[in-house]
Ligand binder design. Structure first.
Ligand SMILES: [Zn+2]
Length: 270
């Protein structure tokens, strides 16, 4: 599943081809994605110039004067900018025909992706309740401390709650907790400010690193567990149950927490 670094890599790849260009036409071959592509988008987007391509959590936001398109990759989706004469395949669900002569094409075998429309000066309900971006300055140890007081749930589940912070998926949560030396089951409300400061720094470092490495490997190097190939060699705990910790040699443990696998070193993480 594309995680925040892959979505950000996609944004950086497509933005130069979209910004300043008009969408001449939206060709929909399969309207039934995770949610149906709204009629308002098909009516209002054609003719509009794209002013910005931003990212919020795992949504890409293409803004125009008439509204903003929200593009989500779902489990298996990808976006490519192509010459206009590339014939569509069975999983190519929509194209945007651009005034540059190219097309933006969305491909998604599992159809969990989406294309939605947000009117000007409105916030789409899917974006309204989201927590801060992990790479923004407002996300720091003080913020984590404030949001965590009184919470008895494990700190890993707390980190993966999109209302607390967006885009820290299972892999990145496990790796950041290891780097910060924090046990994933420790109650979120019992983690000190100093440890949350370290954790926020590690989350930023790991995500920023994954973004810098994501550029060339996006589509081709996802292994069967969903771990991007560029990242696999760098993992300390994720997917390494029973293997020795790279720091202390203790066997990495795997448990199930919130129906997801959690990996940790029982010696390095307290
Ligand atoms: Zn260890």
């Amino acid at each position: 599943m594309p995680e925040l670094p892959e979505v950000e890599t996609t944004r950086r790849g497509i933005a130069p081809h979209l910004i300043g260009h008009r969408v001449l036409d939206v060709i929909v071959r399969q309207r039934r994605l995770r949610w149906p592509i709204p009629d308002a988008l098909r009516r209002d987007l054609p003719g509009q110039r794209i002013d910005a391509v931003e990212r919020r959590a795992k949504y890409l936001l293409a803004s125009t004067a008439a509204g903003t398109a929200l593009l989500h990759l779902g489990m298996s989706g990808s976006l490519r900018v192509l010459p206009p004469d590339v014939p569509p395949g069975p999983h190519d669900h929509y194209d945007w025909r651009l005034d540059s002569g190219r097309i933006l094409r969305f491909t998604d075998p599992r159809r969990f992706g989406s294309l939605l429309w947000q009117k000007p000066d409105r916030v789409h309900p899917l974006l309204a309740a989201l927590g801060p971006e992990p790479l923004e300055a407002e996300f720091d140890g003080t913020y984590l401390l404030r949001r965590s007081r009184g919470r008895k749930s494990g700190v890993k589940l707390f980190l993966m709650d999109q209302k607390i912070v967006v885009g820290v998926g299972n892999i990145y949560a496990a790796e950041a907790l290891f780097a910060a030396g924090i046990h994933p089951l420790r109650a979120a409300g019992a983690v000190s400010l100093a440890r949350y400061e370290r954790l926020a720094e590690e989350i930023k470092r790991i995500l920023a690193y994954a973004i810098t490495r994501g550029g060339t490997t996006l589509r081709d190097f996802i292994n069967p567990d969903g771990v991007p190939g560029y990242f696999e060699q760098e993992l300390f705990v994720y997917g390494r149950a029973g293997e020795p910790c790279k720091v202390c040699g203790t066997k990495i443990r795997a448990i199930v927490q919130g129906q997801r696998s959690t990996f940790y070193c029982p010696r390095c993480q307290r």
